[in-house]
Design a protein around this ligand. Structure first.
Ligand code: IMP
Ligand code: MG
Length: 183
């Protein structure tokens, strides 16, 4: 039996692989410039940020180290609970480090506001945020995001690390899902 084509579930492709590549390169150039001569730790937020981290880190030209955290703010649905739990913590001591949190998407901003505060409290020199996508209309906190790929409408998107019930992360584009997927 042949595997079902994941493309059949998509309604609208928002950003293609090529558009994402160009945007990630643009963000990387800004980051390299801003952090020139500084010691930076990239913190990827699992699991959604894997693709952004993989591509962004390879587009960067300076010296960077990487670590990962897993936090949960969502169940398998599409609504933010506002409750953040650390599922996997960093292995790195943050004292005096310049931290750049790498995220896939900021929806309510609750997860990031909490995470930024949490990492600051560990003695980091600075804690900035880089996200590929942001939904400005639904941001409930005044979290400062230094690097944003695109602002998008408040609709649910998948692909390039973003999931719906753990699926669609492997898409190379960012897309909305066909309504039949939700029913
Ligand atoms: P926030 O706390 O509401 O900002 O939620 C952030 C997290 O929710 C992101 O890191 C994603 O894992 C998830 N999320 C928010 N919006 C979407 C979406 O449109 N598609 C897939 N995951 C999303
Ligand atoms: Mg995430």
């Amino acid at each position: 039996m042949q595997a079902q084509d994941v493309q059949d579930d998509l309604k609208n492709v928002l950003f293609t692989k090529e558009e994402i590549n160009a945007k990630v390169a643009e963000l990387a150039a800004r980051i390299d410039e801003d952090y020139e001569g500084k010691d930076v730790l990239l913190v990827g937020v699992l699991k959604g940020a894997i693709m952004v981290m993989a591509d962004l880190s390879r587009a960067l030209k300076g010296h960077y180290t990487m670590d990962w955290m897993a936090v949960s703010s969502y169940g398998s649905g599409t609504k933010s609970s506002g409750v953040v739990r650390i599922l996997k913590d960093l292995d790195t001591d943050l004292t005096g480090r310049n931290v750049l949190i790498v995220e896939d998407i900021i929806d309510s901003g609750l997860t990031l506001a909490w995470l930024q505060q949490n990492l600051k409290s560990r003695g980091a020199e600075s804690v900035e945020i880089c996200t590929l996508l942001r939904k400005p209309k639904v941001v409930k906190t005044d979290v400062q995001v230094k690097y944003v790929g695109w602002d998008i409408e408040p609709e649910f998107v998948v692909g390039y690390g973003l999931d719906f019930a753990e699926k669609y992360r492997n898409l190379d584009c960012v897309a909305t899902l066909h309504p039949h997927v939700y029913s």
